[in-house]
Design a protein around this ligand. Structure first.
Ligand SMILES: NC(=O)c1ccc[n+]([C@@H]2O[C@H](COP(=O)([O-])OP(=O)(O)OC[C@H]3O[C@@H](n4cnc5c(N)ncnc54)[C@H](O)[C@@H]3O)[C@@H](O)[C@H]2O)c1
Length: 265
């Protein structure tokens, strides 16, 4: 599938994206840049984050690659402060930073459980909490939290991941109702399998356990979706920018499946 851009909906606006160095976060950051927004890219993978920021700048906007560990309150607050010092406003926020261990339940140590929750759930909470006072003061803005279809359904080797992603949906609803009176929306996206390093790593690990190579495992997963294919990262970025756009001002507290029709609710 090919990305098509029909206009620049975010000129003069500022988008903040966590997990922006790679995959879905990178695609979201680039899509905001293509549509005219200045972009703050937060990630702890500095080398890839700088490359992603350079790709945004190539679209003719300003972009800042900011070192940030979303599981640290101080790190998230410092990054948000840096964005406010640079541009003085934040219009769209995408919380995409996340990890997936692929471990079966008996193998999930308490430390592994804690790490996944710290990044996938606490990281989203800290990001939402740090930007909330700014958006409330502005009386405008959108938050898009990246959950997963694993937040609504599950499969083997997803215990801590599914728990964290269901938590993101509950958090999103709560933030949505608290911020709605200020004209701020908060929604979640639940992507299906999307072609990123995360899913390629899962394919190697989980596929190996099933006696399949990574390509065979990915082909099998593609058939799980009525679309008969995996998502491209830009297809998630397209929905994230829609949720941050003027067209979605009355869309709030939802967890949208973007999985080719795999999970329907
Ligand atoms: N790829 C998929 O199939 C899929 C499906 C559903 C949901 N998701 C979710 O989408 C989000 C992005 O996944 P992806 O596939 O792009 O993964 P990815 O591994 O390609 O990218 C994740 C990014 O998050 C960053 N990150 C991880 N921990 C961080 C931390 N503590 N602080 C700052 N940055 C951190 C990584 O450095 C990386 O740049 C995740 O939340 C993931 O759970 C992915």
């Amino acid at each position: 599938m090919e990305e098509k851009i029909f206009g620049k909906r975010f000129v003069g606006q500022v988008a903040l994206v966590t997990g922006a160095a790679k995959g879905i976060g990178e695609a979201c950051a680039l899509r905001f840049a293509k549509e005219g927004a200045n972009v703050a890219l937060l990630d702890f993978d500095d080398a890839n984050n700088e490359k992603a920021a350079a790709a945004c700048r190539a679209q003719g906007v300003e972009a800042l690659a900011i070192h940030c560990d979303v599981s640290s309150k101080e790190s998230v607050q410092a990054a948000v402060d840096q964005v406010m010092q640079k541009w003085g406003r934040i219009d769209a926020v995408v919380a995409s930073a996340g990890v997936y261990s692929g471990l079966m339940l008996p193998d999930v140590t308490l430390a592994q459980w804690q790490r996944t929750i710290d990044i996938n759930l606490t990281g989203v909470f800290l990001t939402n909490q740090a930007v909330a006072p700014i958006l409330m003061k502005q009386k405008s803005g959108s938050i898009v939290n990246i959950s997963s279809m694993a937040g609504k359904t599950s499969w083997p080797s997803s215990a801590e991941y599914s728990a964290s992603k269901s938590g993101v949906i509950g958090l999103t609803r709560s933030v949505a109702v608290e911020l709605a009176p200020y004209g701020v929306t908060c929604n979640a996206i639940c992507p299906g399998n999307t072609l990123t390093d995360m899913v390629r790593n899962v394919a190697a690990l989980v596929g190996g356990r099933d006696g399949l190579n990574a390509e065979e495992w990915l082909a099998m997963r593609a058939k799980d979706s009525p679309a008969q294919r995996l998502a491209e990262p830009w297809e998630i970025g397209g929905v994230a920018t829609f949720l941050a756009s003027n067209d979605a001002r009355y869309l709030n507290g939802q967890a949208l499946e973007v999985d080719g029709g795999m999970v329907m609710s």
